[in-house]
Design a protein. Structure first.
Lengths: 197, 489
């Protein structure tokens, strides 16, 4: 009889102790390994083109990444193009969508160019630039740092004298693409045919 | 007499090919100067040393060696002849892209006015020498025109002179080693002294006996405390490629992703060292030796031409009407590229103009014979990289070792299906670079965007704080005034 009570008591105490330790561990883990925010945001943000243009309806790429993590459509980014939509779909394990047809797609790599003769120095474009790529001071000429410009065109509308143009990104020696080998091969064919004909 | 030894290379190049060299074609006639052309063109962004800006304007009178282009990397290019800057405009250039870009056009006036820098006198350290090389526009002349000076760091133990001109047809370095041997040895010796290097290795192929004799002749009379180790190489292509040369001469294998300098070795072409020797004397780089060769030229030979000379003038100098050619290869037949607009001027890295009519074969499908893998000097599997690239799987190609490819085109040469493998690898390599550049740009944009948001937040918070303290003060004063009024009444 007493044996029974002792063994039941030992079991109760033992199990409570395990429960207590387990509970404390869980408590500790929930504090120490707490994840702030949605862990999907950063990987999605890494796929977005970082133009910060706001064409998706969000004030920048990070906010759009956050919105996607909470269920926003993945096909709203025109600068990223279809390739970005596919990559995000792949990351999230969902079906890819066609890029939103209403958005006008930027095919070319553009940058803003301030016509310096016409600039009146109002600083409105400097305030509009999301990536600090415009330098200048009040009543002094402004200019775009081409290397830093993402081509978001947010500076074009605020300009009161319409002196900002979007132009193709200037080519520098690091950026040229060799001819595609298929083109070279077809060129070879032509030359040979010419020789025979 | 300098301390030197001549030894045969005991190692064998993995892969590689023996080709018909055709080198005798351009060495039949002695090297000569060409007449000063009527126009000289200098690409502002593509002269070597990266993009730059013009430091002259239209109408300026320039002397020989007046600086005209300053690259963002600091390299300065000079006018190769005295004359007038007639235009700064989009112009054809000697570049694999075949594109036009802004060039400075100078019309030489035939006068002999020239500028020069102060000669450096010994002793000088590596930094002084590097600054001088940058100021005088000395580039690595191996074709990649990578600013060679970045490689000059302390802790370097060996300097290799790359006398292995393994490309068929080209004899430019061979000729330079014969006609300007003393400058080459002097440049190498002074560089070694500045960097405290004790051993200078000269890697030279055993099919260049004249150059070897010339080098030996100079070394016998040269006073130096360096040891010259002359290594005779088998004339197998591509033993002149940097990694392969380091392995052949020293037995050091350079790991993937690092450069020879990290293993304590610097490699320079004879041309670079001769230019360096001139730069020490205060003479910026104005001329270069170009091999004009190929069966389509009437008088193939080596010429010394001012940088910026149009290709047309050089073809005429070789006795052929430029109208008869529809394209010319710049560089060797293995790694060179075709140019169709002959108005382009030569640059510091143009070592050869090759005109020949080749019967190009049409491409057939890959038969998986594996011939390309047996000749690859880097021991890659070119056929697997080709499949990956044709299928658009760039990542897979990189996994197969695309970034280790030296684009030597040995695989092209042996391919029985005539597939332009090296062209594919070059394209893949550029795509890789473009993607990583884009990634870098977008991560920078992200950083600036986040910094800006933080700044805007901070400014807003500061203004809020200011306003709140001001409001608190004013309500305090108001309270006081009210109390005073109450007390008075």
């Amino acid at each position: 009889m007493t044996d029974g009570i002792v063994s039941i008591g030992a079991a109760v105490i033992g199990l409570s102790a395990i429960g207590l330790i387990g509970g404390l561990l869980l408590q500790y883990a929930s504090k120490a390994f707490k994840v702030n925010g949605n862990p999907l945001v950063d990987p999605i943000d890494a796929l977005l083109p970082q133009t910060q243009c706001g064409q998706c309806g969000h004030p920048g790429c990070k906010p759009y990444a956050e919105a996607i993590a909470y269920g926003e459509a993945i096909n709203l980014c025109p600068p990223g193009g279809q390739a970005t939509v596919d990559r995000i779909a792949n990351l999230l394990g969902v079906d890819s969508l066609a890029l939103d047809a209403d958005k006008n797609i930027i095919e070319q790599d553009l940058v803003a160019l301030i016509i310096e003769d016409e600039c009146i120095g109002c600083t409105k474009c400097i305030q509009a630039c999301p990536v600090d790529a415009i330098v200048g001071a009040t009543k002094l000429m402004h200019t775009v740092i081409m290397d830093d410009c993402t081509g978001c065109d947010l500076c074009v509308d605020p300009c009161p004298v319409d002196c900002i143009d979007m132009v193709p990104r200037p080519k520098v020696s690091n950026f040229w693409t060799p001819q595609h080998p298929n083109m070279i091969s077809s060129d070879r064919f032509e030359r040979i045919e010419m020789k025979h004909g | 007499m300098a301390d030197y030894q001549i030894r045969h290379c005991e190692r064998k190049l993995e892969g590689g090919i023996y080709t018909e060299t055709y080198k005798a074609l351009s060495t039949a006639e002695p090297c000569s100067f060409v007449n000063t052309p009527t126009r000289l063109t200098f690409p502002i962004h593509f002269s070597g040393g990266g993009p730059g800006e013009s430091i002259v304007s239209i109408g300026d009178q320039v002397a020989k060696r007046t600086p005209i282009i300053r690259c963002h990397s600091g390299i300065i290019h000079v006018a190769s002849r005295a004359g007038i800057v007639v235009d700064i405009t989009d112009h054809a250039m000697t570049h694999p892209s075949g594109e036009r870009s802004s060039c400075i056009v100078i019309e030489p006036d035939g006068s002999d006015t020239q500028e020069s820098l102060n000669p450096l006198s010994w002793p000088f350290d590596a930094n002084t020498l590097r600054d001088r090389a940058i100021e005088a526009g000395v580039l690595g002349l191996s074709g990649a025109s990578f600013p060679s000076l970045k490689r000059w760091i302390d802790g370097t133990t060996t300097l290799i002179i790359n006398g292995a001109e393994c490309e068929p047809y080209i004899t430019a370095d061979d000729t330079l080693m014969q006609i300007d041997t003393h400058s080459m040895i002097r440049g190498a010796y002074l560089l070694s002294q500045a960097l405290d290097i004790k051993t200078i290795v000269i890697g030279i192929e055993n099919n260049k006996p004249e150059a070897l004799t010339a080098i030996e002749g100079v070394l016998k009379q040269y006073h130096s405390n360096c040891f010259f180790d002359i290594v005779l190489l088998d004339p197998k292509y591509p033993s002149g490629s940097e990694r392969q040369l380091v392995w052949l001469t020293l037995g050091i294998e350079i790991p993937t992703g690092s450069r020879s300098v990290e293993t304590g070795v610097i490699v320079h072409n004879p041309g670079t060292l001769i230019d360096l020797s001139r730069a020490i004397d205060g003479k910026s780089i104005t001329d270069r030796l170009v091999t004009l060769t190929g069966q389509a030229l009437a008088r193939p030979r080596n010429v010394i031409a001012p940088i910026g000379t149009p290709i047309t003038d050089l073809i005429e100098a070789a006795g052929t009407d430029p109208e008869l050619l529809d394209s010319i290869t710049v560089g060797g037949p293995m790694m060179g590229f075709a140019i169709t607009d002959f108005a382009a001027g030569i640059t510091k890295t143009t070592n050869c103009l090759l005109a020949r009519s080749v019967e190009l074969q049409p491409e057939s499908p890959c038969i998986r014979c594996g011939a390309c893998a047996t000749v690859c000097p880097v021991r890659l599997q070119p056929q697997l990289m080709l499949f990956a690239l044709k299928g658009g799987a760039l990542n897979h190609a990189i996994h197969e070792g695309l970034t280790d490819c030296v684009e030597c085109a040995a695989c092209d040469t042996v391919c029985p299906s005539h597939i332009p493998l090296a062209e594919w690898f070059r394209l893949g390599w550029f795509q890789t670079k473009e993607i990583s550049a884009k990634r870098l740009r977008s991560s920078e944009a992200r950083e600036r965007f986040e910094t800006r948001n933080l700044r805007l937040k901070r400014i807003a918070a500061e203004q809020d704080l200011k306003r709140l303290t001001r409001k608190a003060k004013s309500s305090e004063a108001l309270e006081k005034a009210r109390k005073a009024r109450e007390a008075a009444s």
